[in-house]
Design a protein around this ligand. Structure first.
Ligand code: NAD
Length: 330
């Protein structure tokens, strides 16, 4: 059994070797991004595993994989929009993904950033940088005094709800699908507006869909309390960034923590230390001491990375050996 993995990062290699040893499988590690131009790299292998931002839309790519005897395309990410699932299906290729590798990874980032916001830690850092060690005006809020509003209480939002509940916060949520198992710890509201109006901390965990693009726009921001915080670790376009910047500039919001931003593919995960930033919104947000930016790292923890490897490779193996797997999408 021979599997080839593409776009492998150094930090994934240990987990890959552990899986290979456990499963007596030969794994070839490649840093290359798989494209229609280098698809011949797959010849001679039984299975493939990808993670990349580059979409593969050329139909020839899929027929070539089938010609090489490949049975599947497995991505070790939740999103699989880089794959043309119709073309894959036409060529009898099973597509699989990793829908949940560790909801805790993102939920814990939200807890960490909420604590930084409500303790004014970035503002203290900002003052300390200038040798200003006064604490006047920066009285913190205790988490148990807060109402946390979750928009989208699915896997990650539901996990965040549990963690906030454990810390003593009152947790409210809006989600068109209400989950019975959350009802002991979450009070569901019948609209997003109710959550925005009541919450001291609003955290977004919706999928990126046509109807969630710009979900938090000028109107939604105007429904939030002026001393409340917005956190977004879902997808950048869920928030209208320009409207958020306006709200922050006008003190209509106390602060924000953003792990995702529209157009992030041009700056997150790049070293831009010696360059002038091109993105005006990013430039504006960086100058705000009450805005916390992280470069889409909610997913990036020890357990999540190990799960992405294990779950995806288990599926590759299962498809090859049994013709199906747990996380197939077609
Ligand atoms: P999920 O499918 O388990 O949950 C999403 C929830 O949102 C569902 O319960 C759904 O009913 C609800 N929802 C859909 N539309 C809604 C709306 N308009 N208003 C309110 N709720 C709505 O998804 P998940 O695994 O919890 O992932 C949530 C988000 O986190 C996704 O956008 C995903 O891309 C993102 N994510 C980010 C990172 C990161 O590194 N920052 C990592 C993984 C996932």
């Amino acid at each position: 059994m021979k599997i080839i993995m593409f776009s492998v990062r150094d930090d994934e290699e240990e987990a890959i070797h552990r899986w290979a040893e456990r499963n007596h499988t030969d794994i070839t590690i490649s840093q290359d991004v798989l494209t229609p131009d280098n698809v011949d790299l797959v010849e001679g292998f039984d299975g493939i595993c990808l993670q990349q931002r580059v979409p593969i839309m050329d139909p020839l790519f899929y027929t070539k994989l089938a010609d090489f005897g490949i049975k599947q395309i497995t991505v070790r990410t939740a999103g699989y929009d880089i794959i043309d699932v119709n073309e894959a299906t036409k060529n009898n290729l099973i597509v699989s993904n990793v829908p949940a590798y560790s909801p805790h990874s993102v939920a814990e980032l939200i807890i960490a950033q909420t604590m930084r916001l409500i303790r004014n830690l970035a503002l203290f850092d900002y003052r300390a940088e200038k040798q200003d060690f006064r604490w006047a005006g920066l009285k913190a809020k205790e988490v148990r005094s807060l109402t946390v509003g979750i928009i989208g209480a699915g896997r990650i939002g539901g996990t965040a709800a549990g963690l906030f509940n454990g810390l003593g916060a009152t947790v409210i949520a809006y989600d068109p699908v209400e989950r019975e198992e959350l009802k002991e710890i979450v009070t569901y509201k019948s609209s997003q507006e109710e959550v925005l109006k009541e919450a001291d901390v609003v955290t977004l965990h919706v999928p990126l869909l046509e109807e969630t693009i710009g979900l938090i726009d000028e109107k939604a921001l105007s429904q939030m309390k002026p001393d409340s915080y917005l956190l977004n670790a879902s997808r950048g376009p869920v928030v209208d960034t320009a409207a958020l910047i306006n709200a922050l500039n006008d003190d209509r919001l106390a602060g924000a923590a953003l792990d995702t931003l529209t157009n992030e593919e041009h700056f997150f995960n790049f070293d831009l230390r010696d360059q002038e930033l091109q993105d005006e919104n990013l430039k504006a947000l960086r100058k705000m001491p009450n805005v916390l930016l992280t470069p889409h790292v909610g997913f990036y923890t020890n357990i999540a990375v190990e799960n992405m490897i294990d779950i995806s490779l288990n599926d590759v193996l299962n498809i090859i050996q049994t013709g199906t797997c747990e996380n197939r999408v077609n």
